[in-house]
Design a protein around this ligand. Structure first.
Ligand SMILES: Cc1ncc(COP(=O)(O)O)c(C=O)c1O
Length: 382
C-alpha cells in the first residue's frame, strides 16, 4: 500500500541533511557547555554560535533567544513565565478560545489555581479574532494577552499585527504562538509579529523534535519553569540538547526564508483537493476561504465522525488528522470548531489534510479517490 502523508501541521519528517549534521555534532561536541575544560568550551562555542545565527535570522539580540524543548514548552514558558513575573502589576489575562492547548490550558491553570482572572476573546464563524473584541476585554489590570499567528486546525491567519499594536499602545505584554506560521508564512524577522514573546518549534519545519525557542524581548524577564543552573540566561535550567539546538538552527536557516511550505506549489494542490471534495455530498469546508495557510484544507462531513473517517483513510494508506495531534484518540469535538459556533455533532466530523514539501499531485489524486469511495460506500446513520 502506498502511504500518503497529509499531516504536516502535526509534524514534518526530519530533513536528511539536518539529521546528518546532528549525528556528527552528537559525536564531536558531546561536552557540557557549562564545563570549563576545552571539550566543554567547544560545546559552549557551538551553542553560542547557534544562538547568534538564530538571532541574526530573527533580527534580535542573542540574549532574546531562549532555546526550549519545542512549541509546548515555549508557550508554557511565555504564559506562566510572563504572568507570574507581571503579577504584581495586575492579574487579568486574555487569550483566544482557539489557541492550542499548550496556551489555553496554561492560562486556565493560572486562573484556576493561582488567582489570575482570564477572559477569552471569541472568534467569528471563519475562526478570526477581531481587534475590537480584544479592545473590549482589556482592563486596567490586564498584563498579558496571547493570540496565535496561524491556527493549526483551520489555518486561519490571525490579525496579529493589529492585536500586538493594541497591546503595545497600552503597555500590555503580548505573546504570539507562531509555531504554525514560521516556515509557512513569509518571514522577514521575528519583529513582524510585533510581540514581546514569540513561540517557535523545530519539528514543524523539518527540524528535530524536542527543540524550539521562545523570543523574549528585552527587558522583559520571565519567571522560569525549570529552576536550577543559570542556563539560557537564567530562563531555563538544564544541560542544553546541543544536537537538537543545532538541528533547529539549521531548519530555521534553510526552511524559513524562503518558506519550506511553498505557497506557489501548495496552492494548486490544495485547490485541486478542495474542488474535488466540494462535489461530495455532505462535505462542508470550515475555516476561512482567504487569509489561511496555503497547505491546510479542513472540512466536516455530515453523518460521519472524525475517528471513523480517519480510520478508513488510514486503512487506505492516507494519514490525515482531526485537528490538533494532541486530540487524536479523543472523541471530544475540536474546541476550535466549537468556538466558531458549529454544533458538537458537526465539529466532531472534522477532517484536516495538511500538505507539505513532499506532497505530489499523485498523492492528491489518490486521496480524492479514496475519500470519494469511503464516503459513497457507507454512510453512518445521522
Ligand atoms: C499552534 C501550535 N502551538 C503549539 C504546538 C505544540 O508544539 P509541540 O507539540 O511541538 O510541543 C503545536 C503543535 O501542534 C501547534 O500547532
Amino acid at each position: 500500500m502506498r502511504s500518503v502523508y497529509l499531516d504536516y501541521n502535526a509534524t514534518t519528517p526530519l530533513d536528511p541533511k539536518i539529521q546528518e549534521a546532528m549525528s556528527s555534532t552528537t559525536a564531536a561536541s558531546f561536552g557540557n557547555p557549562s564545563s570549563v575544560h576545552h571539550i566543554g568550551r567547544a560545546a559552549r562555542a557551538l551553542l553560542d554560535d547557534c544562538r547568534y545565527r538564530v538571532a541574526s535570522l530573527w533580527q534580535c539580540k542573542p540574549s532574546e533567544v531562549i532555546f526550549t524543548s519545542g512549541g509546548t514548552e515555549s508557550n508554557n514558558l511565555a504564559v506562566f513565565g510572563a504572568a507570574r513575573s507581571l503579577a504584581s502589576k495586575g492579574r487579568h489575562l486574555i487569550t483566544s478560545n482557539i489557541e492550542h492547548h499548550a496556551v489555553l490550558n496554561a492560562f486556565k491553570h493560572l486562573a484556576s489555581t493561582e488567582g489570575f482572572e482570564l477572559s477569552l476573546v471569541p472568534v467569528d464563524s471563519a475562526g478570526f479574532v477581531h481587534p475590537e473584541d480584544l479592545i473590549s476585554l482589556i482592563r486596567s489590570d490586564t498584563v498579558l494577552v496571547s493570540v496565535m499567528a496561524a491556527n493549526n486546525e483551520t489555518g486561519a491567519i490571525q490579525p496579529y499585527t493589529d492585536l500586538s499594536h493594541i497591546c503595545r499602545k497600552r503597555g500590555i505584554t503580548f505573546h504570539c504562538d507562531a509555531v504554525q506560521a514560521v516556515g509557512k508564512l513569509e518571514f522577514h524577522s521575528i519583529q513582524q509579529f510585533g510581540a514581546d514573546l514569540v513561540s517557535v518549534c523545530s519539528h514543524k519545519l523539518h527540524g528535530p523534535k524536542g527543540a524550539g525557542a521562545l523570543f523574549c524581548r528585552s527587558p522583559l524577564r520571565l519567571s522560569p519553569l525549570l529552576r536550577g543552573g543559570a542556563h539560557e540566561n537564567e530562563n531555563r535550567a538544564g544541560t542544553e540538547n546541543l544536537a537538537a539546538i543545532l538541528g533547529f538552527t539549521l531548519a530555521l536557516e534553510h526552511f524559513v526564508r524562503p518558506s519550506v511550505f511553498d505557497a506557489s506549489l501548495l496552492c494548486p494542490l490544495s485547490r485541486r483537493l478542495i474542488e474535488s471534495l466540494a462535489d461530495i455530498p455532505g462535505v462542508d469546508f470550515q475555516g476561512p476561504p482567504n487569509n489561511r495557510l496555503a497547505n491546510t484544507v479542513v472540512f466536516t462531513v455530515s453523518g460521519w465522525d472524525s475517528i471513523s473517517l480517519l480510520a478508513a483513510l488510514d486503512l487506505e494508506g492516507i494519514c490525515a488528522s482531526s485537528g490538533s495531534a494532541c486530540s487524536v484518540g479523543s472523541l471530544e469535538p475540536s474546541h476550535v470548531l466549537l468556538a466558531m459556533g458549529l454544533p458538537r455533532n458537526v465539529a466532531a466530523s472534522l477532517v484536516r489534510f495538511s500538505l507539505g514539501r513532499d506532497t505530489s499531485e499523485a498523492d492528491i489524486l489518490q486521496t480524492i479517490d479514496v475519500f470519494q469511495s469511503i464516503v459513497s460506500s457507507s454512510r453512518l446513520p445521522e
